[in-house]
Design a protein around this ligand. Structure first.
Ligand SMILES: Cc1cc2nc3c(=O)[nH]c(=O)nc-3n(C[C@H](O)[C@H](O)[C@H](O)COP(=O)(O)OP(=O)(O)OC[C@H]3O[C@@H](n4cnc5c(N)ncnc54)[C@H](O)[C@@H]3O)c2cc1C
Length: 212
């Protein structure tokens, strides 16, 4: 039978905002059992910016638990044990697929339900994928995206499997630039494609790399 749990506070999403909010809840004296973080990722909140930087280094790459929030802001690194000590429940690998605001109930893909008194939605953003446009061949293994740690792991595996290969990075925002730099230091021949005449300072929510 699918489980049911109740919390005073639920943070939906386990990314950067969730980690920093949890730290503040801790400072404000949240009581054990009052707060839960529900995330479809399998790890405690971490500093996502590391994924296009130290995570892709060929040597001495950043790995968890080294960059859990809140180290990016110069604060304490909140390891999974910190959440346990505070009585904050980390409900990981759990995707919420339905939110009924009238009954204050969230439902996961596996059918578990979570009720709350106050909900903080911190689901961030997601990459635009070629599949969204019905592009033929969009599910090919050599098309990669970068948003979550699982994406970064796939990228690392692809770089290791295809040493000194060629890559095309689509998107000339800062993530595209950082990823291109990371590919270069991994000895890839990199071509960047973007519509503007210059690289853009703004964020790019869509990013993909093709390895030949
Ligand atoms: C590769 C990369 C590099 C970046 N570098 C920088 C940088 O150098 N400087 C900078 O300022 N910003 C950077 N950013 C942007 C920064 O990471 C984001 O602004 C920040 O992560 C936003 O925090 P958030 O908590 O709102 O969302 P996120 O950190 O994206 O967290 C959202 C969370 O919600 C979860 N989630 C979403 N939907 C569901 C659901 N239905 N059920 C359960 N869980 C769900 C996700 O799995 C994720 O854990 C970078 C982003 C990326 C992807």
């Amino acid at each position: 039978m699918a489980s049911e749990k109740h919390f005073k506070y639920v943070i939906l999403g386990g990314g950067v905002a969730a980690g920093y909010a949890a730290r503040e809840f801790g400072k404000q004296g949240v009581q054990p059992g009052e707060l839960a973080i529900i995330s479809k990722e399998s790890v405690a909140p971490y500093e996502r910016p590391a994924l296009s930087k130290g995570y892709l280094f060929p040597q001495n790459a950043a790995r968890l638990p080294g960059f859990h929030t809140c180290v990016g802001g110069g604060g304490e690194k909140l390891l999974p044990e910190w959440y346990t000590e505070k009585g904050i429940e980390l409900i990981l690998s759990t995707e919420i697929v339905k939110a009924d605001l009238a009954s204050k109930t969230l439902t996961s893909a596996a059918g578990a339900t979570f009720t709350y008194e106050t909900l903080l939605i911190a689901t961030g953003s997601s990459t635009i994928k070629l599949i969204d446009f019905g592009v033929q061949g969009a599910e090919s293994n050599n098309i990669l995206y970068l948003r979550e740690i699982d994406d970064a792991d796939k990228l690392v595996a692809a770089m290791q499997a295809k040493k000194d290969g060629k890559a095309v990075v689509v998107g000339g925002g800062y993530i595209g630039l950082e990823l291109s730099a990371a590919l270069k230091i991994n000895n890839f021949d990199v071509t960047m494609v973007y519509p503007e005449p210059w690289c853009s300072k703004s964020d790019c929510s869509c990013l993909l790399s093709l390895f030949f």
